[in-house]
Design a protein around this ligand. Structure first.
Ligand SMILES: C[S@@+](CC[C@H](N)C(=O)[O-])C[C@H]1O[C@@H](n2cnc3c(N)ncnc32)[C@H](O)[C@@H]1O
Length: 419
C-alpha cells in the first residue's frame, strides 16, 4: 500500500521554466545535445555537449520532444572549454560551438553525421572521416550581420536581440573591421564580403545603402539597387584561380576552406577531372568546374547572378551553362557529377538529375546532416553505393557541417541507364 510520500508520487511533467538535471548522450543536427528524462522523454539541450551532467531550464514542451537551455554544467565533457571570444560571454549567438575545443569540433561533427546516417539512412558502417582542421579564427570572408542603432552585430543566443559586437574572432580581419567600425544608419541587415587574397571588399545593405559609412575602398550597394538591376562584385582566389563573386551569388566561407572542399571533391571523384564529362549541379559561380580544371563542364545553377559570374570565371573553357532549376534540366550522360545543393539537399528532383546522367562517380556536397542522410538513402535506392563521407570544417566554432560523400554507380543500373 502506498504511503503517499512525495518519493512515491510521479514527478510533475516538465513544463516551460522548470528545471531538469540530465546526462547528455550525443549531439544532434543543429548542435543541441540529446538527453532523456527519467521516463525516457527526449530533451534537446542548447549549450550542452555529449557526456555531460547538466542542469537545464525547459524552454518548450512538445508531444515527443522537450527543448531546454543549459543553466549549469555539473560534470563537463572533456572537450568543453571557455570560449576565447569575449562576445560569446556578452550573449553573441554567432559562434554556438565555441564551447568545444577547436581541435575536438571536427570529430564531434563527424559523430552528428554518423548518427544521422544511422537513424535516417540505416547505414551503420559508412566511414565518416572528420577531415583536416582548418583555421578556427579569422577565416570567414562573408559575414551576415543584423544592425541595431546603426551598428552591426549578431543575434543573441537567448533572444532575437542584436548584440552589437566590438570584434569577431571568426571573421577575416578585413571583414571584422567593417563589422565593428562601419556605420549602418537605416540598415536592418548587412552582408560584408571580402576577398581574403585580393583585398577587395563589399558591403550589401538591406533595405538601402543610403546611410552606410565605410572606408572608400569598399564597394557599397543596397538590396534596393540590386533589385533595380545594379551589379556589384568582388574577386577571390582559390587554388590559383580568380573568381568573380557578385553581391547576390553564393560563395564558400573562405578560400582555404574552398580549396579543402575542392580537394575532397577531387578525391570523391577518384582523381583528375580535366578530360572527364563533368556535371556541376548547383554549380554557383563555378568553383568546382573551374578548380577541378575540367575542359568542358556542364554547370546547372538557377541564380542569374551566379551564372553571370560563372560565365566570366569559366571563360576559355568549353563550358555549357544552364541557368535553370535542377528540376527543369534534362540530364545528359556524364562520367562524373558533383552536386552541391542548398540546405534542403537534392530531394527527388536532384536525385533524378543525378540518376539521369548515369555517372559512374558522384560527389555529393551537403551542408546539413539530415539532408545528407536523406539524399544518401535516396541515391542508394536508385543504385548508387556510398563509399564514404569526408567532412570539411568550413565553419569552425559553429555547429555548421560541410560534408562530401562519395558514391559509385552499381553496374546493373549503369547498364540499365545506358540502354
Ligand atoms: C551551396 S551553393 C553551392 C554553389 C557552388 N557549388 C560553390 O561551391 O560555390 C548552392 C547553389 O545552388 C543554387 N541552387 C539552389 N537551389 C537550386 C535549384 N533548385 N536548382 C539549381 N540551383 C539551385 C544556389 O543558387 C547556390 O548557388
Amino acid at each position: 500500500m502506498s504511503t503517499g510520500s512525495s518519493a512515491d508520487r510521479p514527478a510533475d511533467p516538465p513544463s516551460p521554466g522548470g528545471s531538469l538535471e540530465l546526462s547528455t548522450v550525443r549531439l544532434v543536427a543543429g548542435g543541441d545535445a540529446l538527453a532523456r528524462t527519467e521516463d525516457g522523454q527526449v530533451v534537446l539541450v542548447e549549450g550542452a555537449l555529449p557526456n555531460e551532467r547538466i542542469l537545464a531550464t525547459v524552454t518548450e514542451v512538445r508531444a515527443r520532444l522537450i527543448r531546454a537551455q543549459l543553466v549549469e554544467v555539473i560534470t563537463p565533457a572533456p572537450e568543453r572549454v571557455d570560449p576565447t571570444c569575449p562576445e560569446v560571454e556578452r550573449g553573441c549567438g554567432g559562434c554556438d560551438f565555441a564551447l568545444a575545443a577547436a581541435a575536438a569540433q571536427p570529430e564531434l561533427k563527424a559523430e552528428v553525421v554518423r548518427d544521422a546516417l544511422r537513424r535516417i539512412a540505416r547505414l551503420d558502417d559508412l566511414p565518416v572521416d572528420p577531415g583536416v582542421s582548418l583555421a578556427a579564427t579569422g577565416y570567414r570572408t562573408t559575414v551576415r550581420a543584423a544592425v541595431r542603432a546603426a551598428h552591426a552585430g549578431f543575434r543573441s543566443r537567448r533572444s532575437h536581440e542584436v548584440v552589437v559586437v566590438g570584434g569577431c574572432e571568426v571573421a577575416h580581419p578585413s571583414a571584422a573591421e567593417l563589422l565593428v567600425d562601419g556605420v549602418y544608419d537605416g540598415v536592418e541587415e548587412v552582408v560584408i564580403r571580402v576577398g581574403a587574397r585580393t583585398g577587395e571588399r563589399m558591403v550589401v545593405a538591406h533595405p538601402s545603402a543610403a546611410g552606410v559609412s565605410v572606408p572608400d575602398d569598399v564597394r557599397v550597394v543596397g538590396t534596393d539597387e540590386l533589385r533595380r538591376g545594379r551589379r556589384a562584385w568582388i574577386h577571390e582566389e582559390v587554388d590559383g584561380h580568380r573568381f568573380r563573386v557578385s553581391a547576390e551569388s553564393f560563395f564558400q566561407a573562405c578560400p582555404d576552406g574552398a580549396e579543402a572542399l575542392v580537394d575532397a571533391v577531387r578525391r570523391a571523384l577518384g582523381g583528375p577531372a580535366e578530360d572527364a564529362e563533368l556535371i556541376d549541379l548547383y554549380g554557383g559561380v563555378g568553383l568546382f568546374s573551374v578548380a577541378l580544371g575540367t575542359a568542358a563542364p556542364v554547370l546547372v545553377e538557377r541564380s542569374a547572378s551566379a551564372v553571370a559570374d560563372a560565365r566570366v570565371n569559366l571563360v576559355g573553357r568549353s563550358a555549357r551553362l544552364f541557368k535553370m532549376a535542377v528540376r527543369r534540366w534534362r540530364p545528359t550522360p556524364a562520367d562524373l557529377v558533383v552536386a552541391d545543393p542548398a540546405r534542403a539537399g537534392l530531394g527527388s528532383d536532384g536525385v533524378s538529375a543525378v540518376t539521369g546522367t548515369a555517372a559512374s562517380r558522384v560527389a555529393l556536397v551537403s551542408c546539413d546532416p539530415a539532408s545528407l542522410a536523406r539524399d544518401t538513402a535516396a541515391l542508394v535506392g536508385v543504385g548508387y553505393r556510398p563509399v564514404g563521407v569526408e567532412l570539411v570544417d568550413l565553419f569552425p566554432q559553429t555547429h555548421h557541417i560541410e560534408a562530401v560523400t562519395t558514391f559509385e554507380l552499381l553496374e546493373p543500373i549503369r547498364r540499365a541507364a545506358a540502354v
